[in-house]
Design a binder for this molecule. Sequence first.
Ligand code: GLN
Length: 282
Amino acid sequence: MKIKEILRDAKSQLAESGISEVDAEHLLAHVLGLSRMDLHNPVLVESTLLPFEDKDVLEEQFYDLLDRRLNFEPLQYLTGIAGFRYLNIEVGPGVLVPRPESELLVEAVLQHIENLPAPVSVIDLGAGSGALSLAIATEAPTTRVIAVEKSPEALVWLKKNVSVIAENVRVVEGDVADVLPGIKCDVVIANPPYVPDSQKLPRDVAGFEPHIALFGGPTGMEIPQQFIAAAARLLKSGGVLVIEHTEEQGGAIASALSVDFLEVALHDDLVGRPRWTSAVRR
Ligand code: GLN
């Protein structure tokens, strides 16, 4: 089959299952080792295919991935890569796929770092794949970043990404409750698990991504509260916390912050939903 026909067929199968059609292009580009844009360049596609004697093998690989996507496996688990700011973060089962919303938290931290004397110390609580830590470490290279994670499965991805992207990020295995005793830093960034336990999530999220990274307890606030307590313990006076949450949790987050923090400010995500909060340690 020709590339065009394969794509047309795959897109219609995806559409029937309510999955984004563009995923067909991502998967085919991945199998061919090309970018999505390159797929529309027939000369390039031809020269990529030339060395493969048996084109059926490629087609088989593609249809295998397509079947897994049609079974709602996350696209990024199939390609092994999630784009986050300027980085390609390696992901797979056991670690949350970085979300575009979190890019805004990184942006806020980077702006704050610019106004502080170097070197600025940043602790990323519940670092997962390391997307937030690594974006900060690469975009603000004088920053000292510590990535804290407790899930052994996520730690495998975290260490892998750190070794490839920015070896100066320090990985610390531990629970936010008692990790890094005695340490004080300038900034804490956190994307804690905050989804209420009873909330229904899309099939590709609930069925494949680690629940430890998603669910925050019966109200969804239990784990974020632990992260806030940890941030209060780890921040210097005047240090800044930036934390992600659901659009319903702004009030609960603000009241959890009211004892130890000042200047609590709620911020919107890319589509105008109040999805993250910043605050200054008293
Ligand atoms: N935003 C994630 C979702 O898609 C939740 C991530 C989290 O709990 N930190 O549900």
